[in-house]
Design a binder for this molecule. Structure first.
Ligand code: UDP
Length: 203
């Protein structure tokens, strides 16, 4: 997959249908795969934050979630076809998970939000195995609190359930750094940073 470089941050030069195709390919493999959805704000953050930049560089699918990126790509003479938003890709992945009876876990958001989002998703997509959720304010995912017992128990919970897709909604850069730090310890196929999308699903 071709990448473009916006202020030093790599973005895949893809449209929605290609992004979905890639995501399905990831789900069919047993490899751990990471999907991030940077917008212009995150690009600006990554420009000054080496850790975030490294986390983005290590991701397997980096979609252009911002009209600013589409404009930048035109200036760079490597035009992106369209904006591919995180929430649209999440919706398409959920639709595929419903058709193929895959399982999901939602991690993040204020207490109650991920649970509500999971219930709404289950209503819309009854064949998805909605394994569970946990809020995003547990102790451990803040810098300096790593390895806290609550974080360990969240990781154990997810590992016992083995979701095909783990949606992580801590906002940027927390979700990107957390996924990069823990993906090797967590039993999931796809790790996707989804930010505020979980609030949207919660309604
Ligand atoms: N969030 C969280 N833990 C935190 C900080 C934020 O779970 O420590 C959640 C917050 O409740 C919200 C989500 O992260 O549901 C995304 O927040 P935001 O809208 O700021 O992110 P964006 O979509 O802009 O990346």
């Amino acid at each position: 997959m071709e990448k473009i470089n916006v202020l030093g941050v790599p973005i895949h030069k893809i449209n929605m249908s290609e992004a979905l195709h890639k995501s399905i390919e990831f789900l069919k493999s047993n490899e751990k795969r990471v999907i991030f959805t940077p917008n212009s704000e995150i690009i600006m953050m990554a420009k000054d934050d080496k850790n975030l930049l490294n986390a983005i560089k290590e991701a397997d699918l980096i979609i252009p979630d911002g009209i600013g990126l589409v404009l930048a790509s035109k200036i760079l003479k490597k035009p992106l076809e369209e904006r591919v938003t995180g929430i649209d890709l999440m919706e398409n992945i959920l639709d595929y998970c419903n058709k193929s009876k895959k399982s999901i876990f939602i991690l993040g958001g204020k207490p109650g939000v991920a649970d509500k989002a999971l219930k709404n998703i289950s209503k819309k997509y009854p064949n998805i195995k909605a394994l569970g959720s946990y809020h995003g304010y547990f102790k451990g995912h803040h810098i300096g609190q790593e390895g806290h017992d609550e974080e360990k128990s969240v990781i154990n919970l997810i590992n016992n359930l083995k979701p095909d897709v783990l949606f992580v909604a801590f906002g940027a850069p927390k979700q990107e750094l957390w996924i990069q730090r823990y993906k090797n310890e967590i039993n999931s196929n796809i790790f996707m940073g989804v930010g505020g999308s979980v609030d949207v699903y919660a309604g």
